[in-house]
Design a protein around this ligand. Sequence first.
Ligand code: NDP
Length: 297
Amino acid sequence: MSTHSEHSAVTVLGLGPMGRALAGAFLDAGLRTTVWNRTPGRDGELIERGAVSARSVEEAVAAGELTVVCVVNYDASDAILRRDGVTDALRGRTVVNLSADTPDRARDTSDWAAGHGIRYLDGAIMTPINTIGAPSAVFIYSGPAELYEEHRPVLDTLGGTHTHLSEQIGRAAAYDIALLDIFWTAMAGYAHALAVARAEGISARELAPFAQGIGAILPPLFQETAEQVDRGTFSGEDNPLTSGASTMSHIVHTSESHGIDAGVMRAAEGMARRAIGLGHGTDGFIRVAEMLGRSGK
Ligand code: NDP
């Protein structure tokens, strides 16, 4: 059982843009916030706002019961945490790792923590730094539910929505991977669209309002097609794969006529044509999810 004082202190390891935003939100909530970063000098503004600057990781984690790690990936968090002095200082304490990486790395870190008597929760942040401390922030966690409940009062001060997904430690990273898959392919599509539009004399600013219109089509489509995927039905009544593949080939041709690489769209068209070849031409594009799933292990 934790005491009030444990719930009023937190350590943040990693002061990149996200780590600084997290530490800032903890300070805004009035928590005693101790910070550390590999490269010194990133904590100036936080110290002005009342943060305690630790001289070493050992000193930082010894300052309280809860340590939040937010660095570029798990190679970085391993480099910080998996050292004898730090491991000793963490024994009996809790680490919440909000760095992004793969489910396998989360499982491996959980095994390491268990082997050293360290309490471990994995997590991911699904929104940009300007949401931290605001209602639109989204955090997901996996690992022991009682550990999550114990530290919820501190984690909640980061604002937004916090969801404990599962006791299975890899689950938050698995959601993160799936959601970042959407984000990065969408951003790759947008960057490519801007290049093609520019080659046709259309500025990014001119395209942007129409691009937002395309973006707005997606949320209801995500919900509708998720239901189709779970049901195993892929209605293409309104927009069959054959029609979609045709418009994709127009994008490929227009891009390449301007000498612009069309690799991403070629890959998308290739998936659509493979599904058509398997006899799914009258289905909707989301049939591709089922097809790709079949080729997985
Ligand atoms: P980065 O992903 O660039 O991470 C920078 C931090 O990682 C710095 O503290 C840096 O230390 C540290 N770091 C890198 N390599 C090492 C290492 N080998 N040893 C120790 N520390 C290391 O920036 P962010 O702060 O933005 O992101 C942190 C995490 O948050 C990432 O996993 C990211 O995916 C996630 N995230 C970020 C979002 C954003 O909008 N920025 C949104 C959602 C999630 P140093 O200063 O010494 O280089």
